[in-house]
Design a binder for this molecule. Sequence first.
Ligand code: UTP
Length: 298
Amino acid sequence: MRKKVTKAIFPVAGLGTRFLPATKSVPKEIMTLVDRPLIQYAIDEARAAGIEEFIFVTSRGKSALEDYFDNAPQLEAELRKKGKDDLLALLKSTDMASGAIAYIRQDKPLGLGHAVWCARRLIASDEPFAVILPDDVIDGEPPCLKQMVDAYEATGGSMVAAMEVPRDRIKSYGVLDCASEDGALVTVRGMVEKPAPEEAPSNLAVIGRYILTPDVMTRLGNMKSGSGGEVQLTDAIAEEIGGPAGVYGYRFRGQRFDCGSKSGFLQATVAFALSRPELRDDLLDYMREQVALDRAAQ
Ligand code: UTP
């Protein structure tokens, strides 16, 4: 029987420069879509996929993230006293089991691959693990990581979430060179980090969900820095290609928002607000008004 994926690494040690000045003091992962921080969406997705241990790779200035996962006894007592049971239930739904979270520091922002490697002592040598980038928010049913865990049970090889992106944006992504496709599953024969559009082997980009074999962790330890002077996670995964387990892309079903960019973050905010019955009508009215004003001004 294949070992189950029960641990997830959340690399959250990046500088978040695209959201300065907010990220001077607010970790990007605590920024909210409507009223839930980005990290909560990531945790919910991980839980739905059967993850039981949550490993955060953090850095200086991320203490708000740790506070978010602490109990809030005073707040709870106050809500209980006031009979606000619905808010209490909402708060309780974010509780994490004792000992389920671990925090590791990445001392320098040496890249995503390095951040994942910082968690190496918490992953056993025979243990597959997931990696979730909380700034990629994916609205999917079942949630994206659950789709991937199910597919991993059949393949056993390292797997990356994959999505088609327009050619002119391909240089922001890791890109897959595909050997063959079987439904949502793509067998990968090459991976290129941030290629120029004319050099990209396809328009299938790697998105921030991974299921990795323990071998990838070992490879990360031996890596030199790659594109942009950082240790690239895709380079370590690419070294698995041609090995016994292989490497796969998974074309997930769902909508992905790049919440690491302002425009993606705003789009996600609108999409999640529109999915809330109590906000939808007001927001639509406002948007219609704005579109009408914009048209009139042209
Ligand atoms: P990004 O490329 O989005 O970088 O990292 P960033 O620092 O978060 O944001 P910008 O580009 O400066 O605005 C992708 C993911 O990898 C993590 C980030 O926290 C984010 O989740 N990361 C990146 C690390 O944990 N450590 C690193 O050294 C680099």
